[in-house]
Design a protein around this ligand. Structure first.
Ligand SMILES: Nc1ncnc2c1ncn2[C@@H]1O[C@H](COP(=O)(O)OP(=O)(O)OP(=O)(O)O)[C@@H](O)[C@H]1O
Length: 266
């Protein structure tokens, strides 16, 4: 992904939420309440919070897949409701936690799906799309396995293939939902390095995680959610404190610092 493919740096935040609340149909309570925040273009933000706090819901709101009950979501200063699906697909992409993959796809076929926002409905991928998909597979270390059926890949390889598909989408904003859930240490490191490389290309990255140490290794900013509300946000070293994480996870824990990074002991 080249920053030259995108317009120059926007004067607006990549993402801004104003008083956003969301409730699932027939649910008694709002999952998210009065969330106001903005994410600067070219930053890496981790959203940290316990199971069920609403992290995935928040990503789905950013994608325009769920509409808030109240409040406004904007991408690069434009209300997301006013952005067409096709343009949304070229602007923002999601690496989901998991996804059912149709049996017959090879890894390359699967990653080529990321090119859909650039093709008309029945258009077959062009040579340039295949090149972009192959480069995306290379970036996640799966180039040699591009003709391998997705059905026969491990959980970690599938997760990396999902990342490659999102990269093939060439988004300005990359969302990742628990990107390291199935990854070993080496692939966690690879993911942290990839995210930082994307940042140098001007891409804004937002990922959810339960893992404070990965958040600290990969992100420069942190958003903490607790009880459906924004508890704190800012630079990782200011926000990742014993008090904040203890409140977020309702746990007696201590944040130590080792080799310049926070380590959580619980
Ligand atoms: N489609 C749905 N209909 C009703 N409730 C839902 C739906 N999807 C999620 N929820 C509820 O909304 C809340 C937030 O879910 P969400 O998946 O956003 O949390 P999360 O922070 O991503 O959790 P996890 O870390 O476990 O993945 C949970 O209580 C969940 O049960």
């Amino acid at each position: 992904m080249k920053s030259s493919d995108h317009p120059g740096v926007s004067p607006h935040p990549a993402v801004s939420l104003k008083d956003v609340s969301f409730r699932y149909p027939r649910a008694a309570e709002e999952v998210l309440q009065d969330i106001t925040l903005s994410v600067t273009e070219g930053t890496i933000t981790a959203i940290l919070g316990p199971n069920g706090v609403g992290k995935t819901t928040l990503l789905n709101i950013l994608l325009g897949w769920l509409l808030p009950e109240k409040g406004e979501v904007s991408l690069f200063g434009r209300r997301s409701r006013a952005i067409s699906r096709r343009e949304m697909g070229q602007t923002i992409s999601l690496v989901p936690q998991d996804e059912h993959v149709p049996f017959e796809y090879t890894l390359l076929d699967y990653v080529l799906l990321g090119r859909a926002p650039y093709l008309s409905p029945l258009q077959t991928p062009r040579p340039a799309d295949a090149r972009i998909a192959r480069e995306a597979l290379e970036r996640v270390g799966l180039a040699a396995r591009r003709n391998h059926p997705v059905a026969n890949t491990s959980g970690g390889e599938k997760q990396l293939a999902l990342v490659a598909r999102s990269l093939a989408q060439e988004p300005r904003i990359l969302l990742m939902d628990e990107p390291t859930a199935h990854l070993d240490l080496r692939n966690k490191r690879r993911t942290a390095d990839l995210v930082k490389a994307l940042q140098t290309e001007g891409v804004t990255v937002i990922f959810t995680t339960h893992d404070p140490e990965f958040a600290a290794a990969a992100a420069d900013r942190l958003i903490l959610l607790q009880g459906g509300r924004l508890l704190d946000e800012g630079p990782v070293d200011q926000v990742m404190t014993t008090e904040n994480l203890g409140r977020v996870f309702s746990l007696d824990l201590v944040v130590h610092h080792f080799a310049g990074r926070p380590v959580v002991v619980w």
